[in-house]
Write a protein that binds this ligand. Structure first.
Ligand SMILES: Nc1nc2c(c(=O)[nH]1)N[C@H]1C(S)=C(S)[C@@H](COP(=O)(O)O)O[C@H]1N2
Ligand SMILES: [Mo]
Length: 204
């Protein structure tokens, strides 16, 4: 009899194989909510730039056409917002941040980064969260050009951290030897924001 109870329990669990992909406290969202502090900036592709500067061997700046000559890289997986929605099975493509850093050459003292955007938003990350194939600058979402409200022309994508780290309308990553808090981090959100550790607010 207890064997049947166990079997039923397993069957119910098996009905939602995606449950294990949701970090603690998150729910599955089928849509794609827009979360922006402020207006969506209008960016002419002829003026668009992406810069790597700070503690690098040589600062590098790419135009829209130039960055598209770099090797393409795609992320397939899940994203997690601190407001508790997660979106499973998304595809973003663009270029790996590793590729951008390789072009600039990182100074040995580089250990943190600050991402800056058209419109003024900033977010900070330890260098280790931007390297090793875990961060991208992306311009396609599910095979279509990234919509302006979701960060188009291009956004940072750091899917293993809460989505506020994935800065929309990115135009610069500055390498630093110390941590400088960004927009939400200054406002009391966690400095790192690992969704699996539920690092939502400072002190979590
Ligand atoms: N430039 C900029 N990037 C940003 C934000 C913002 O307000 N401005 N909001 C952040 C937050 S809190 C989240 S959850 C995600 C939301 O991205 P989405 O609007 O594409 O869902 O973008 C992040 N990147
Ligand atoms: Mo967010």
């Amino acid at each position: 009899m207890s064997g049947e109870v166990t079997r039923g329990f397993r069957r119910r669990r098996a009905a939602d194989p995606d449950a294990a992909r949701l970090p603690p406290g998150q729910y599955r969202e089928r849509g794609f909510p827009v979360l922006t502090a402020g207006p969506t900036p209008r960016i002419d592709l002829r003026d668009w730039r992406m810069d790597i500067d700070g503690l690098v061997d040589q600062p590098v700046s790419w135009s829209w056409d130039e960055i598209h000559t770099l090797p393409a890289s795609t992320f397939d997986g899940d994203i997690h917002c601190v407001t508790k929605w997660s979106k499973l099975g998304v595809t973003f493509s663009g270029v790996s941040v590793d590729t951008l850093f390789a072009a600039a050459g990182l100074a040995p003292t580089a250990s943190y980064a600050l991402a800056s955007c058209y419109g003024g938003y900033t977010t900070n990350l330890p260098l280790a969260d931007l390297t090793g194939g875990r961060a991208w600058v992306v311009w396609d979402f599910n095979g279509q050009p990234l919509a302006p409200e979701h960060g188009g022309p291009a956004r940072l994508l750091v899917p293993h951290l809460y989505f506020w780290k994935s800065a929309k309308w990115i135009n610069r990553i500055t390498l630093l030897d110390h941590d400088v808090r960004g927009f939400w981090e200054e406002a009391g959100y966690h400095d790192r924001g690992d969704p699996w550790l539920e690092q939502r607010y400072a002190g979590d």
